[in-house]
Design a protein around this ligand. Structure first.
Ligand SMILES: Cc1ncc(C[n+]2csc(CCOP(=O)(O)OP(=O)(O)O)c2C)c(N)n1
Length: 331
């Protein structure tokens, strides 16, 4: 029951969808590089946790969703937000503390939510959104809306008891929630093997939750698995658990620059040169003659221009007035 592999029944992905996913991965990559640039130039207050290297997970999954399906996200949430349809300009504005930002500049990187695209929000608490996603799935089931909820979390959240409470209920009530574990190998500065006993997939299996592991650097594999599970959820056969094996290229956060005391440079280099999700898809498209290199270069150039424009918008945007300090305070 626990590990299901139906890859042989997966249908091929249409070329326009592959190209959209290619574009979306570049959008996340270049957005994040710009965030790092704004941080290093001291234009952005606070920190951010970059998603660079993990783009195929957010994009492959969100491309399998409808715009009113729900997602919940993490402290490393920019990629999820963009993949679900978030606006780069409003995200940059939020990161810079500007009034035009998603939370009027009061939330910053780890609190961006976008109800218009079904994004119920980033969450600074590890495993903090597992109850929110499961509750959203419960509401969808009660209302008969057919919406599904995707709960993104890092493998660090496997150490939080709340995940097991919600998986238990989700299974008992067959809720339409997909638990997506992004295993990028490190919980902050500790390899996950030092914190996580046993087989990860045995954990959902203990609750009878169907689970599968997928190459998180291969957007086609992620998308096909997500499409299959989202289909099951919509039919009332939830929940499910998808383990995406991936890697973050940069530090735990933008300030984590010297990383050799916890992971070797060669390891980073290997993932970047051999398993880069954008290159993996780009090479596959070119080799299969589904796209020419010039066409892919053009996509990157268009995204780069759009990201530059979005950042400019945010840099020029006004800060909230002092009179707004006490607005939106509830306790
Ligand atoms: C409940 C809780 N404990 C500790 C922290 C501090 N913290 C922030 S991120 C993190 C590690 C998260 O690792 P993982 O879930 O694997 O996500 P990743 O950063 O690898 O994407 C920790 C311990 C926190 N934010 N919340």
């Amino acid at each position: 029951m626990s590990v299901a592999h139906h890859a042989e029944s997966d249908r091929p992905i249409a070329t326009d969808k592959l190209l959209r996913m290619y574009r979306q991965m570049w959008t996340i990559r270049l957005f994040e590089e710009k965030v790092n640039d704004l941080y290093t130039r001291a234009l952005m207050p606070g920190l951010a946790h970059l998603y660079i290297g993990e783009e195929a997970v957010a994009v492959g999954i969100c491309e399998a969703l409808q715009s009113d399906d729900y997602i919940t996200s993490t402290h490393r949430g920019h990629g999820h937000c963009l993949a679900k349809g978030g606006e780069p300009s409003l995200m940059f504005a939020e990161l810079l503390g500007k009034e035009t930002g998603y939370c009027r500049g009061k939330g910053g990187s780890m609190h961006i939510a976008d109800p218009a695209t079904g994004n119920l929000g980033a969450n600074a608490i590890v495993a903090g959104s597992v109850g929110i996603a499961t509750g959203a799935a419960f509401s969808s089931q009660q209302l008969g809306s057919k919406k599904v909820a995707v709960c993104f979390f890092g493998e660090g959240a496997l150490g939080q008891g709340s995940l097991y409470e919600v998986m238990n209920l989700a299974r008992l009530w067959q809720l339409p929630v997909l638990y997506v574990c992004e295993n990028n190998l490190y919980n902050e500065y500790t390899h996950y093997s030092e914190t996580t006993a046993g087989d990860i997939l045995a954990r959902p299996a203990a609750f009878g939750v169907p689970a599968e592991s997928v190459d998180g650097q291969d957007v086609r594999a992620v998308h096909q698995a997500a499409t299959r599970w989202v289909g099951e959820l919509r039919e009332g056969n939830g929940p499910a658990f998808l383990l995406c094996n991936t890697y973050r290229y940069r530090g735990h956060h933008v300030g984590d620059v010297n990383r050799e005391y916890y992971r070797p440079k060669q390891e980073e280099q290997r993932w970047m040169s051999e398993r880069d999700p954008i290159q993996v898809l780009g090479n596959w498209l070119i080799e299969g003659r589904l796209a020419a290199k010039a066409e892919l270069d053009q996509v990157r150039a268009e995204v780069a221009a759009a990201i530059e424009q979005a950042a400019e918008f945010a840099l020029k945007a006004p800060y909230p007035g002092v009179d707004q300090v006490e607005d939106d305070i509830y306790a």
